[in-house]
Design a protein around this ligand. Structure first.
Ligand code: KG4
Length: 340
């Protein structure tokens, strides 16, 4: 079965063709990072305009790279939310135009389900499992007893972890998006600043990163005022150790509590090397799955794969051409409705 995936929820325009939920024939991605870098973050209006410029070119690239004709596609899967509404609309309308033109079924996919199902490309998703979802907008611990059964057990009470990475990077003068840069420098430094491990030992499975972010900002500010130099590598390492210790320990604690052996990590921050190293080191007793870096950040292959599994689980529950983009879309509720 050939699934065409379309993703445009934020600042990546991506189109992918995946065979049987596993074999990625193409995964064309046009990233707008260079465009938004000068603003220090994604500018929604600029992002949607660039999706409009890019979408047909990225479609063409995906079909050429896969050497597939449009008529051969069996199902169209598109991110319908959550995300920036102007950006989402471009992908949703392009996917609908394709589905209408070639008379193909279309299915709306939740962006976060896409991140989670990115794990099914290179690994087998075994249930029950605990998913740690870490991205620019989300930090969640999710229990899945089966396909598309999402129970959010814990989440951030303030900043998402990717957001905290990006803000810390900005404070120490690193480019946007800062996560990969902080990760790189962290590997050159040591944890000398001993930043707080927020909520590490409490009974909940929630997270908080805004206090940690403020601790970095204050440390940097005080050092500037005193004319002292900050060791950026050590600060990045200290921040990363603080974040990864809390994320990994809480995930393992939840898996133990639920008596679950399978853990998957998903979302842009799952590309973090420090996080992966700590999971492999501390989680030896668990079956841990982390996607390759190319499937961690936003891409359409993960949407095609999630669409494939939606088709397998919910059978012919396709959308029609009234399918619309939704900026705020709750993961649990979205699939609860489909499961009914
Ligand atoms: O999932 P994603 O591509 O977009 C959404 O938020 O949906 O995640 C982007 C986030 C950014 O905050 C970026 O800085 C972070 O993922 N990120 C990383 C790394 N690579 C990307 N954070 C830490 N370490 C990395 N290696």
């Amino acid at each position: 079965m050939l699934v065409l995936g379309v993703e445009s929820s934020c600042d990546e325009t991506s189109v992918s063709i995946v065979r049987d939920g596993k074999v990625v024939l193409s995964n064309a991605i046009n990233s707008q990072i260079k465009i938004h870098e000068k603003f220090g973050g994604v500018v929604p209006e600029v992002a949607s305009r660039h999706h409009v410029y890019q979408i047909t070119l990225v479609f063409k690239e995906a079909f050429e790279a896969a050497n597939i004709k449009p008529e051969e596609i069996d199902l169209v899967a598109v991110t319908m939310g959550p995300g920036l509404i102007g950006s989402l609309l471009v992908g949703v309308n392009a996917a609908k135009a394709f589905a209408m033109m070639y008379n193909k079924p279309i299915i709306g996919v939740h962006h976060l389900a896409g991140h989670i199902y990115a794990n099914a490309i290179e690994h087998e998703m075994k249930f029950p499992l605990v998913a740690l979802l870490v991205s620019g907008g989300n930090t969640e611990l999710i229990y899945m007893k089966d396909h598309f059964s999402f129970e959010i057990i814990g989440e951030t009470l303030d900043d998402a972890v990717g957001e905290a990475y990006d803000k810390v990077a900005r404070v120490v003068g690193l480019p946007y998006p800062g996560g990969p840069h902080v990760d790189r420098l962290a590997h050159l430094g040591e944890d000398t600043y001993h930043l707080p491990r927020v909520y590490l030992d409490d009974d909940s499975f929630n997270f908080s990163f805004s206090g940690l972010k403020s601790a970095v900002i204050n440390l940097n500010h005080n050092a500037n005022q005193r004319g002292e130099e900050i060791n950026v590598n050590n600060l990045c390492r200290s921040f990363q150790d603080s974040v990864t210790e809390v994320l990994v320990r809480k995930t393992l604690k939840l898996a133990k509590k639920l008596n679950v052996n399978n853990i998957i990590v998903a979302g842009g921050v799952s590309a973090n090397k420090g996080l992966k190293e700590r999971f492999l080191d501390e989680g030896k007793d668990f079956n841990i799955s982390i996607p390759s870096i190319k499937y961690c950040t936003d891409n359409a292959a993960m949407i095609a794969v999630a669409g494939y599994y939606q088709h397998m689980v919910f059978k012919d529950d396709y959308d029609d051409l009234t399918l619309n983009a939704i900026a705020s879309l709750d993961l649990e509720d979205f699939y609860k409705m489909k499961r009914k």
